[in-house]
Design a protein around this ligand. Structure first.
Ligand code: TRP
Length: 451
């Protein structure tokens, strides 16, 4: 590979916008509320925040360090740093994770497309909560419609990746993502002005410690990794584009704060609606789609707001899905020496096939159950609760024990130019806390090991 041709992010804002574009997506607005709702609300949020700070931040920084130090994709980065080791397996696991995540991610993005359509034809107007609930159920149990939207979404993603216009997309997302934030804040205000908003807010913010179980902790770990796009090496690739003069730590910190803030703001909009309209927080994957339309159905200008919201949510999903597809395409091109166009077509077709299983998991495949899960939940859980934590654990072990303190210091201090007063804390977290915590949460949560 000719390294002189490798691009870099032009500015600090450019890095943050790109990494935030990958991190912020359906994970914040669709997945966070549904997982928090199914895992006890406040207790989940508390554990989530601790994990983001004590594990998420160090692992994200580790991926940046490996990426910028080597200027390689994940597979080659580990090969370069450890030619005889097997750390490159992290890169291979990342490919599997990307496949699985894209399969259900494109399914949910497809639901979002359906909801753009419903908003345009004014489909929520005047509907009761029960009818809005029924609307999602009848859509999702339909065998072809979710598949159609899922395939359309994958085609949109593929066209962008093929056209190589991701950079052009980034230009628009710098305007569109702040707009999404504004709409979420307006929805927050609406939700908070519901007469019984307090109930939803205390569900999200008041921890009920009796709700904490090993599976709740594992769910929080998986959600943190998923939402921050860590544990599969994607941010190694992003790190490889960061300039040598930029500050890795503050970039990671800003992305983490933005990502977490958006997830919480989404929760603040959703939970008051849940309780006001007599829904259950444990609704599962459909939670966002069964709650927000109730507000759109009632507010003035609700149709326009609904269209805007679902369009912007689709944009947020696309900026994440292009980077997920890129993980697979880059691997096919660089490792298997495929042509870019063939790699993209092959990746898109195989993801769409897996996606079809997810999209039909309540329709044509509703009878399929493995470990008591349908295809959708199987992929969702395997990626978030197994592959990402495992990848994150290995990345932490790699930087903590193999790469070591001296080289880590060189990279995060920009060869001594920045002061790194937190080096010892970082090394402690990455050597002991992160790997041990992940391993314990993992084994305990899966029930492989009991305390
Ligand atoms: N973080 C993304 C979201 O919250 C989803 C995601 C997980 C992702 N892993 C990724 C995106 C890797 C890009 C690359 O929606």
């Amino acid at each position: 590979m000719d390294l002189s041709k490798r691009g870099t992010f032009g500015s600090k804002f450019g890095i943050i916008a790109a990494v935030a574009g990958s991190a912020i997506g359906l994970g914040n607005i669709w997945r966070f509320p549904y997982v928090a709702g199914s895992n006890g609300g406040g207790a989940f949020l508390l554990i989530y925040l601790i994990i983001v700070l004590a594990i998420g931040l160090p692992v994200m920084l580790s991926e940046f360090i490996i990426g910028r130090a080597t200027q390689r994709n994940p597979y080659d980065a580990f090969k370069k740093l450890s030619p005889n080791g097997h750390w490159y397996i992290i890169g291979i696991m990342g490919i599997f994770a990307a496949f699985m995540i894209l399969a259900f991610y494109s399914t949910v993005a497809g639901w979002t497309l359906e909801y753009i359509y419903q908003s345009v034809i004014n489909g929520f107007k005047g509907k009761s909560a029960g009818e809005i609930n029924q609307m999602f159920t009848s859509f999702n149990t339909n065998t072809l419609r979710p598949v159609m939207w899922q395939v359309i979404f994958m085609l949109m993603t593929a066209v962008i990746v093929l056209g190589g216009v991701e950079k052009g997309i980034e230009k628009y997302t710098k305007i569109l993502m702040p707009l999404l934030l504004i709409i979420i804040i307006i929805l927050d205000v609406k939700a908070l002005s519901l007469p019984d908003a307090r109930e939803g807010i205390s569900f999200l913010f008041k921890p009920d410690f009796s709700k904490i179980t090993p599976n709740v902790i594992l769910s929080a770990l998986g959600q943190a990794f998923f939402s921050l796009s860590i544990g599969m090496g994607t941010l190694i690739t992003y790190g490889s584009y960061i300039q040598k003069k930029d500050n890795l730590t503050s970039s990671a910190a800003i992305v983490i704060i933005a990502d977490t803030a958006i997830a919480i703001l989404a929760g603040v909009a959703i939970f008051p609606i849940v309780f006001h309209f007599g829904l259950k927080p444990t609704e599962g994957v459909a939670l966002v789609f069964k709650t927000l339309p109730n507000i759109f159905a009632q507010m003035t200008g609700g149709t326009i707001f609904a269209v805007l919201f679902f369009v912007l949510l689709t944009v947020a999903a696309i900026t994440s899905s292009i980077s997920l597809l890129e993980v697979i395409v880059a691997f096919f091109v660089e490792r298997l020496k495929m042509k870019r166009i063939n790699a993209t077509i092959f990746a898109t077709v195989s993801v769409s096939y897996l996606g079809t299983l997810c999209a039909m998991s309540e329709g044509g495949f509703s009878n399929f159950r493995l470990f008591n899960m349908n295809f959708f939940n199987l992929f969702d859980n395997t990626a978030a609760k197994i592959l990402l934590p495992l990848g994150g654990c290995l990345i932490a072990l790699f930087v903590g024990w193999f790469y070591g303190k001296d080289k880590t210091w060189l990279e995060i201090s920009n060869r001594g130019k920045l002061k790194v007063g937190y080096l010892n804390i970082f090394m402690f977290l990455i050597k002991y806390i992160a790997p041990l915590a992940i391993a314990l949460v993992f084994l305990n949560g899966l029930g492989l090991f009991k305390f």
